[in-house]
Design a protein. Structure first.
Length: 366
């Protein structure tokens, strides 16, 4: 170009391909200078990859070039267009290459201002490099109205939502939890118990999340089925009822003792001696009833349940002796001997039921 001619404006339209998709997919190296050269480069890139956004950016730069030429048609301003490419492997190398190509172009054209055309924020990171060579006159971003990736994302989201609506578990979590919380809000408001709303909501949400996380409903169902469906189920219900009553009685007894200024260790000692037996009895009823049903069905898990009942009795004995020791009714030596006796009882029952189970299994029991 004639350097002696000094036009009012020298405007350089710059399109940035920072990751060098143009070079990787078409083999065309930057800088690409001139309208015709850019149209050819964009066409080759679009043919190589119709989904490539950089091809649209180059065409967008050509459109901006034509617009600027039309605006300055009455002046002697010089307009030029260039596509600058970077590096696909490293951002640092890409910026160095962009800087090199810009230096090469500006040494020949000497722009007074630059118009940047890009297809996204990543390409606009090179603005500080451009400003080394000329002021930024304008930044134009070329946005593709609909791309394959966006359409694919929409389809995927739609399919996931449809799948979500067909899954009972997902629907229960998505709609069941808010529904339960709304019912809770209404119920607590009706009963004027709003101050307990946070606690109630936390409990409901916690139970639902625990169920979804650990599959509690199925585990509870399997646990109930373990005890049986006839005598075992009846004994299970009786046992659960007994445990509930025992816990309530233990709480009432603890409150009563606390109101009489009993120390905590003495309250625990009394509870271990007075209420642990009711809890143990309720649990033993559960296992014995289930064991009877298993015996009637000739199943060897009956002996496993007998051992469970014996283990509960052993644990009750252990807690009862702990209560006596905490209260001071027995000394340390006797306490240790009694604990050893409870442990020996449990171990003995374990080996006895194990041996009997093997014996009956050899006779064809399940």
């Amino acid at each position: 170009m004639d350097k002696e001619k000094s036009p009012e404006e020298r405007i350089l339209i710059v399109c940035i391909d920072r990751d060098d998709d143009l070079g990787v997919k078409t083999g065309i190296r930057g800088p690409v200078v001139g309208k015709e050269a850019n149209i050819e480069a964009a066409s080759k890139l679009a043919l190589a990859d119709p989904t490539e956004a950089d091809a649209n950016a180059i065409f967008g730069a050509v459109k901006v070039y034509d617009e600027v030429r039309k605006i300055f048609s009455d002046s002697d301003a010089e307009i030029e267009i260039v596509t600058i490419t970077g590096d696909p492997k490293s951002e640092l190398k890409a910026d160095e290459e962009i800087n090199r190509q810009l230096r090469e172009v500006t040494e020949k054209f000497h722009p007074s201002s630059i118009i940047l055309v890009s297809d996204g924020a990543d390409d606009e990171l090179v603005i500080p490099i451009l400003m080394k060579y000329a002021p930024i006159r304008s930044v134009r971003r070329v946005i593709v109205q609909q791309s394959r990736e966006i359409e694919h994302t929409y389809i995927l989201l739609k399919r996931y939502f449809e799948k979500l609506m067909k899954s009972p578990t997902s629907k229960a979590l998505l709609f069941g939890l808010p529904g339960a919380l709304l019912i809770l809000v209404g119920l607590f408001s009706l009963l004027e118990l709003q101050r307990y709303l946070y606690i109630g909501a936390s409990l409901v949400a916690g139970i639902i999340f625990l169920d979804k996380g650990f599959d509690l409903i199925n585990k509870i169902r399997k646990g109930v089925n373990y005890f049986g469906k006839q005598i075992g189920l009846l004994s299970f219900i009786m046992g659960i009822f007994g445990v509930g009553i025992s816990i309530y009685f233990s709480y009432s007894r603890a409150v009563s003792l606390a109101s009489q200024n009993y120390p905590l260790e003495l309250i625990m000692a009394r509870l271990f001696q007075e209420t642990s037996g009711f809890i143990a009895l309720s649990l033993v009823v559960m296992f014995i009833g289930s064991a009877i049903e298993s015996l009637a069905a000739s199943r060897t898990d009956a002996f496993e349940k007998f051992f469970g009942a014996a283990l509960i009795i052993s644990l009750w004995m252990s807690f009862y002796f702990i209560g006596q020791y905490m209260e001071g009714s027995i000394g340390l030596i006797r306490f240790l001997l009694l604990q050893l006796g409870a442990l020996t009882f449990a171990i003995s029952i374990f080996f006895i039921t194990l041996r009997i189970g093997r014996l009956f299994r050899s006779r064809g029991w399940k």
